[in-house]
Design a protein around this ligand. Sequence first.
Ligand SMILES: [Zn+2]
Length: 243
Amino acid sequence: MTATIENLKRRLVEGLQVVTGEGILSGSGHLSARIPGTETFLINPRFAGALADPKDICTVDFSGKRIAGKGPIPSETHVHTAIYRSRPDVGSVLHCHARYSILLGLLDSGLIPFNREARIFADGVPIFHNSHGINSAGLAEQMVEALGQHHAIFLRGHGCVVTGPGIEGNCISAIQLERACQDQLLLMSFTTPKPLADAARGRVTARLENPYRAWPFLLYKHKVKSKTKIRASIRTLEEGEHY
Ligand SMILES: [Zn+2]
């Protein structure tokens, strides 16, 4: 178990660096990962995620109590506890105050899945009508109800929450959501976007669990690790194999 937790902490720190490099996280925002088979999860403490080292990552139980790590934990940790409690399919949660997600969450139309980036959110991204931080268990329960089985939710005028099966896939989802929001806002200055007619191939969980192309590229782009180390960790598919 210790090896599992150390591995998750290292990957969480790498994820924090990538999403910060992509403009998703800044001095605020947090990323967490469920510790498999337990009612606990890991989360970065209450300072800029990009500055966190593995030893700073805190362990929190499903009642929202910090049980390991120096802390302090973010006031919006409730977002994470409420989602892990009600969604066994979720292995990682990200909450951020990303610029284009905030703008798009203010539109009544919501996200329109009209391109490749938005396709993984083709089943819709609900909008939670509360612009305050989710800083209480009661508010978090309301948010989880609004989230339902969706993969992300906008917090109107505040930011968004993104969920995924694991750390890397969740970070990629958050990056794609922010880019989809940006693209929609750009397109709306010329025309009214329409959803893709063939959005059937929406979300491929296997691809998010092993993003063997996108994630190594992002680690390289943001200089999180050496090229040699990144190359060594790639788990590519066999030739002719598809997700
Ligand atoms: Zn927030």
